[in-house]
Design a protein around this ligand. Structure first.
Ligand SMILES: *[C@@H]1O[C@H](CO)[C@@H](O)[C@H](O)[C@H]1NC(C)=O
Ligand SMILES: *[C@@H]1O[C@H](CO)[C@@H](O)[C@H](O)[C@H]1NC(C)=O
Ligand SMILES: *[C@@H]1O[C@H](CO)[C@@H](O)[C@H](O)[C@H]1NC(C)=O
Ligand SMILES: *[C@@H]1O[C@H](CO)[C@@H](O)[C@H](O)[C@H]1NC(C)=O
Ligand SMILES: *[C@@H]1O[C@H](CO)[C@@H](O)[C@H](O)[C@H]1NC(C)=O
Length: 550
């Protein structure tokens, strides 16, 4: 008992122990020593700033501060709708969070995580994405915030709102890391960028953007592609005019729209948007997400061409990559749209509803035929319970097919290794699946793998220790990739296999499950259904551009 009490006292004093004060652009920063004493934590460091003058534009540099900034806030958010009318976050939300080992002998690889949340939610703070396991594996982990929803992605083609402010925040964070990460023990010449869902879409845009060239050296795309229907605004003026209409105005003039929106508070804008979105995220139409920007004198753009055109041109940042998805991505989204059962489901009965707005048909007849083909593929026999068919449909349209297409284009134009994975582990901490009410289904939902990589400080998950092996496997492969360009540079008791890059047409993927195996990355029948559909009917106008190919 006495020994325990002493240990507790020691632990308690470790918690309060400050980490060394370091100097970054802006001023001095003090963090804290982690609970276990193994790493330093610096939470909520400002890397850039937003004010009224640049609310929808690229961020401004941080204003210098005097004294020492206490980097202890575990809970920083950019404005987003919380529960009902509650808007979380603060306008000046451009903060990042750093975890770095207490002891190191040379500069360490840096891993930068871009969070998901459909470009309208989430945070890079330890509240959701504690980087504890990464720091314990001898890398420096950085989690970043970026502006979301209308503030991050209002795209009007004018200087005051050119689009992609949220991606410009991410670039500002990467530049800050180049300039400052050395004082945290990180090597600015060895940066791995990784993200999940909207974070993977962002990572993809960083690969494609000339504005992010040279700021990172490796990339991991988890369940997200810049070619997904929900990753790009097709008609950004329409999305903005839908919003002003809800506020009581009727205009499509970008300047008028700007003048209306710039006078509204963030809270009012976000509440208005959440009041008219009836579908959940990926299936929504008028959303604020990245756009193909109009070229404007004096404004550095991030996305200037349709993503597939950029990859095909070969003019992008070629880096070693890990690319993968989970086997039942759709669970999370189907559950939010329909619940856990789907009797008499609307798509099965009216398959036209399955067609995304990134498809455009020359005639009603083409549209009906396509819808019928999709219906036959997914809902071929009438079953009492069609929910898992629906999950497959959501998985394929929103995640698998776009990522298949994107990686096929990379493998044709890049000489760098690409490692593919399929995560289907059904463990005790597949939280998104469990929260969606699908705890008894096999496999893994969208975002399930994240709980085997991060230690969210807001979920206690006391049974996490039962999953130690999978956590160690995942974190070891991810950090090996950052350290060696190879997730399994040698075999070990923990990882008794080599995960090889693949250059095949349907690449060989590592199947991450209780037993590790390999399998073809994609289901050829589903991919050919969607490839035919998109080859014929992909919408050609995106933002302020027509795309060339297809
Ligand atoms: C906002 O940024 C502009 C441009 O840097 C600056 O001139 C202005 O003082 C800032 N406003 C506030 C309230 O900080
Ligand atoms: C690649 O893109 C950059 C930035 O847009 C451009 O300056 C350069 O000319 C392009 N290179 C080629 C070979 O097209
Ligand atoms: C839909 O539900 C109704 C009653 O709930 C039932 O009579 C009908 O057969 C169902 N339709 C299909 C296509 O399953
Ligand atoms: C397409 O389907 C709709 C709804 O099912 C139907 O009303 C319409 O007549 C069909 N059009 C053609 C050209 O088949
Ligand atoms: C999709 O179709 C295009 C055009 O026919 C073809 O070049 C490409 O290989 C196909 N991709 C996949 C993944 O099937």
């Amino acid at each position: 008992m006495k020994w325990l009490a002493l240990a507790w006292l020691v632990a308690a004093s470790v918690v309060r122990q400050p980490a060394p004060v370091v100097r970054v652009r802006g001023g001095h920063v003090r963090g804290a020593v982690s609970h276990n004493g193994k790493f330093f934590e610096y939470f909520g460091i400002p890397y850039a700033t937003v004010n009224e003058s640049n609310r929808f534009q690229a961020p401004l540099p941080v204003a210098p501060w005097s004294g020492v900034f206490d980097a202890l806030n575990e809970n920083t958010w950019c404005p987003q709708s919380g529960l009902g009318p509650i808007v979380l976050g603060e306008p000046n939300c451009l903060k990042l969070n750093i975890y770095t080992p207490v002891q190191y002998t040379k500069l360490l690889p840096v891993m930068v995580y871009i969070h998901g949340g459909c470009f309208f939610g989430g945070t890079g703070s330890p509240y959701l994405y504690g980087g504890d396991f990464f720091a314990e594996h001898n890398v420096v982990l950085v989690g970043i915030n970026y502006r979301l929803s209308v503030e991050g992605f209002l795209c009007l083609g004018i200087k005051e709102a050119p689009g992609n402010a949220g991606l410009k925040d991410q670039i500002a964070a990467l530049k800050w890391i180049q300039e400052n990460i050395k004082v945290f023990g990180g090597d600015p010449n060895d940066v791995t960028l990784f993200g999940e869902s909207a974070g993977a879409v962002s990572t993809s845009f960083m690969i494609l953007s000339p504005a992010a060239k040279g700021l990172f050296h490796k990339a991991i795309l988890q369940s997200g592609s810049s070619l997904a229907p929900w990753a790009l605004q097709h008609d950004p003026i329409k999305a903005a005019s839908t919003l002003v209409k809800k506020l009581g105005y009727n205009t499509k003039d970008p300047r008028k729209i700007y003048s209306i929106l710039s006078k509204k508070s963030t809270k009012e804008l976000i509440n208005t948007i959440s009041s008219y979105e009836d579908k959940f995220c990926v299936a929504e139409t008028d959303i604020f997400v990245p756009c193909v920007e109009k070229l404007i004198e004096g404004v550095e753009p991030v996305v200037t061409e349709y993503p597939a055109d950029i990859i095909k041109s070969g003019n992008y940042t070629k880096v070693p990559m890990i690319i993968g998805y989970t086997n039942n991505e759709g669970i999370y989204f189907v559950s939010a749209d329909y619940g856990t059962s789907l009797k008499n489901n609307s798509i099965a009965i009216d398959p036209l509803k399955s067609l995304q707005t990134d498809l455009q048909f020359p005639s009603e007849f083409d549209k009906n035929c396509t819808a019928e083909r999709i219906k036959r593929h997914y809902f071929s026999s009438y079953k009492e319970e069609m929910i898992m068919d629906m999950v497959d449909l959501y998985s394929d349209v929103h995640f698998k097919f776009p990522l298949v297409l994107e990686s096929e284009l990379y493998s044709r134009t890049s000489d760098q290794p690409i490692y593919y994975y399929l995560f289907k582990y059904n463990g005790l901490i597949n939280m998104p699946k469990i929260i969606s009410g699908f705890g008894l289904s096999n496999g893994a939902s969208h975002a399930d793998e994240l709980f085997y990589l991060f230690k969210p400080h807001s979920f206690p998950l006391p049974h996490r220790y039962l999953e130690e092996k999978m956590i160690r496997r995942m974190v070891t492969m991810w950090t090996n990739f950052a350290k060696y360009n190879d997730p399994t540079p040698y075999t070990s008791r923990l990882l008794p296999f080599r995960w090889r890059p693949s250059r095949r047409w349907n690449p060989t993927a590592l199947v991450i499950d209780s037993k590790i195996s390999t399998a073809p990355m994609w289901d050829e029948e589903s991919v050919s259904l969607w490839n035919d559909t998109y080859n014929k009917y992909r919408r050609r106008d995106y933002g302020f551009k027509q795309f060339k190919d297809y």
